[in-house]
Design a protein around this ligand. Structure first.
Ligand code: NCD
Length: 306
């Protein structure tokens, strides 16, 4: 594995190996001695879209493994002078950076960079268009494994919200499938569902209450208006009434079901605050697991080359 672009072709064994390693990192106190797997490695956060948790958790993960980290600020870079992504990448690679953490609005950006990359250079997709967000998919699987008493094969997972524009949902769907999950329900207004071809193998359920009934895991997604044509959602109030996860709706899921959201949340749009901050919320665990998963991924990529 030289790059991590998508979870689409990642098999169950590879996923489980990464999750096992991430679990070790999750259990390792951040103040204890850390492995120096990335000592001497220059990591560049190449983010062309906004990010809070993904960028910072990659940075913290890289520091914990002994890497040197620099952050690229697209807003203050030569991108504004018209420099292409490929030229920006080649420029930073020529400075000796080896591990590129890339967030970009174009689906295909990471694939392009992986084709340009030299043999000792690694590309990690940190969220690309609506296509894929593989480390989010991995951290979501780690969170499910920690919270759930059941194996993936026996889980009922309900994914509610703007699946059409969600790279998180696409990576989660690939990972859930690879891990053997059979009951995957998707629920969204028609305009926010992916095209039919992408939904093969999943149960599309029109009514949120029905999608949640006896679910073990409830995943809700942000309305990604930056990637949406105008008019797909009539009103935020109407969306909340139809698809918002509140305490009444959550009570339809299994008694030990838990709620996930990749963040950033729109409270009162996708999720009620009482749920987001309540005892059945896994949201901050997702964030914490982001550091552990990103440590495991970066370590695996660099080890591949040594
Ligand atoms: C997600 C993203 O950027 O795709 N955020 C994240 O990385 N945790 C989800 C979103 O923006 O809604």
């Amino acid at each position: 594995m030289q790059h991590l672009i998508s979870l689409e072709d990642m098999d169950r064994d590879r996923l489980l190996t990464l999750l096992d390693r991430a679990q070790q990192f999750a259990e390792l106190d951040a103040r204890a001695a850390q492995p120096d797997s990335l000592a001497g490695v220059h990591v560049v956060n190449l983010f062309f879209e906004p990010s809070t948790r993904t960028r910072l958790s990659f940075e913290i993960a890289a520091h914990r493994l002994g890497a040197d980290v620099v952050n690229f600020d697209a807003e203050r870079s030569s991108t504004l002078k018209g420099e292409t992504l490929a030229d920006t990448f080649r420029t930073v690679e020529a400075m000796g950076a080896q591990l590129f953490i890339v967030r970009h609005g174009d689906s295909g950006a990471c694939e392009l960079l992986s084709e340009l990359a030299g043999s000792g250079t690694h590309i990690v997709n940190a969220g690309e268009g609506r296509n894929a967000h593989p480390t989010q998919g991995l951290l979501d699987m780690l969170t499910i494994r920690q919270f759930s008493a059941l194996p993936f094969e026996q889980l009922s997972v309900a994914i509610i919200g703007d699946i059409r524009h969600s790279r998180v949902a696409r990576s989660d769907l690939h990972a859930l499938r690879a891990l053997g999950c059979r009951d995957i329900r998707v629920c969204a207004p028609d305009a926010l569902l992916p095209d039919a071809g992408e939904l093969h193998g999943y149960r599309v359920i029109d009514v949120t209450d029905d999608a949640l009934r006896n679910a073990d895991v409830v995943m809700t997604l942000r309305l990604q208006r930056e990637r949406m044509e105008d008019g797909l959602v009539d009103s935020l109030e109407g969306y909340y009434a139809g698809y918002g996860i509140d305490q009444r709706r959550l009570s339809l899921a299994k008694p030990d079901a838990f709620v996930m959201h990749p963040g950033p949340m729109n409270r009162g749009v996708e999720i009620e605050s009482a749920v987001a901050d309540g005892p059945r919320s896994a949201i901050l665990r997702q964030v914490a697991n982001g550091v552990a998963v990103r440590m495991a991924v970066m370590e695996a990529l660099v080890e591949h080359c040594n």
